[in-house]
Design a protein around this ligand. Structure first.
Ligand code: UT7
Length: 323
């Protein structure tokens, strides 16, 4: 049985840091409110002219180096993003060119904050079908470009960044002792389209638009759906929460992350947190957090890692992997 083994990871954060105190000079907010309600202290902001594809390429190069492979080895490149460089072509094709990857297939997956989990799910299916051997999965976003910087309820919550992983097809027995992705589960419910959306688009307004969110509404769905899908993924991999070494959630709000871990019965020491320094980087948040925990030695070879995310759509999902 073919499975997707993680062989490398990388991340990139733009140089410019915007603190809560910086934001308090732009909108009517305080460091205290932002930290208490979300756990966020600062976020990175892309420089003028720095595009989602630039962030994605930098993260991809770091991941390729970490994996010890070159772009020429990659036969599938997926970019999860909801802030594409252009309406089309896919940002992934631009990353493909920037990496000098002359063959293979590159396309985007658009599932907002659950984009990275959905992209992993797609990549894993390519691998299982024998249609890809080495896959780059990138989450990259420049949300600073779609924020309404006069809306204090949203502009304080998001940041820019990119994270990437390299997957390689490997034979396994199909058991939970194998390395790599053991299960992914993904869902959506479009009835909640308006809870988190961008009020522009090609077909509707012919403008890029700005992010709009009913924060309380999203919050209401988050913990229950995340805990349910995380349990579903663990069960699909024949594991219980006691087996999990690390929980790497989408980094939207510290309160959601803590409550989900509590509901799952996962100890707080196993929770990987970057939201304080990165804010919500949408599809980039999980691979950025993964990268940090792998590089600082927390996530080690053989560890069981649980990933989960929810966002616009609503779309939500989870994955379980043995690193
Ligand atoms: O990644 C996609 C998924 N997205 C999420 O998971 C986000 C989910 N939602 C949340 O994280 C939270 O709902 C927020 C952090 C967005 C908001 O926290 P909350 O505890 O739900 O606050 P709230 O929206 O109920 O606002 C409470 C008060 C309001 O004032 P009043 O009406 O009580 O007088 C807001 O106007 O806080 C006010 N407020 C602010 N005050 C200072 C809203 N934003 C700010 C702000 N600074 N930045």
């Amino acid at each position: 049985m073919l499975r997707s083994r993680f062989i490398g990871c990388g991340g990139y954060l733009p140089e410019k840091i915007l603190t809560n105190d910086d934001l308090a000079k732009i909108v009517d907010t305080t460091d205290e409110w932002i930290v208490e309600r979300s756990g966020i202290r600062e976020r990175h902001i892309a420089a003028e002219g720095e595009l989602t594809s630039d962030l994605a390429t930098a993260a991809a190069m770091a991941a390729l180096e970490n994996a010890g492979v070159t772009a020429a080895d990659v036969d599938l490149l997926i970019v999860a993003t909801s802030t594409a460089d252009n309406t089309f072509p896919a940002t992934a094709t631009r990353v493909q060119a920037k990496l000098g990857m002359g063959s293979g297939l590159a396309f985007d997956v658009q599932a907002v904050c659950a984009g990275f989990i959905c992209a992993l799910n797609v990549a894993d299916n390519f691998v299982k079908a024998g249609q890809a051997r080495t896959v780059l999965v990138i989450g990259a976003e420049t949300y600073s470009r779609i924020l309404d910087w006069t809306d204090r309820a949203t502009c304080v919550l998001f940041g820019d960044g990119a994270g990437a992983v390299v997957l390689r097809s490997e034979e396994g027995k199909g058991t939970s002792s194998d390395h790599g992705l053991l299960a992914t589960c993904v869902h959506s419910d479009g009835n909640h389209y308006d809870a988190l959306y961008v009020d522009g688009g090609v077909s509707s307004t012919q403008t890029a638009g700005h992010l709009r969110m009913q924060g309380k509404e999203v919050f209401k769905h988050a913990v229950g759906k995340l805990a349910a899908v995380a349990s579903e993924a663990a069960a699909a991999a024949d594991l219980t929460m006691d087996d999990i070494d690390w929980l790497v959630p989408h980094q939207a709000n510290r309160r959601i992350m803590d409550a989900t871990a509590r509901k799952l019965g996962i100890a707080m020491e196993k929770l990987v947190v970057t939201v304080d320094r990165h804010a919500n980087t949408s599809s980039a948040s999980i691979p950025l957090a993964l990268n940090e925990a792998v590089r600082d030695g927390r996530i080690c070879d053989g560890d069981l890692v649980l990933l989960e995310a929810i966002g616009g759509g609503l779309v939500w999902g989870a994955g379980v992997a043995r690193w």
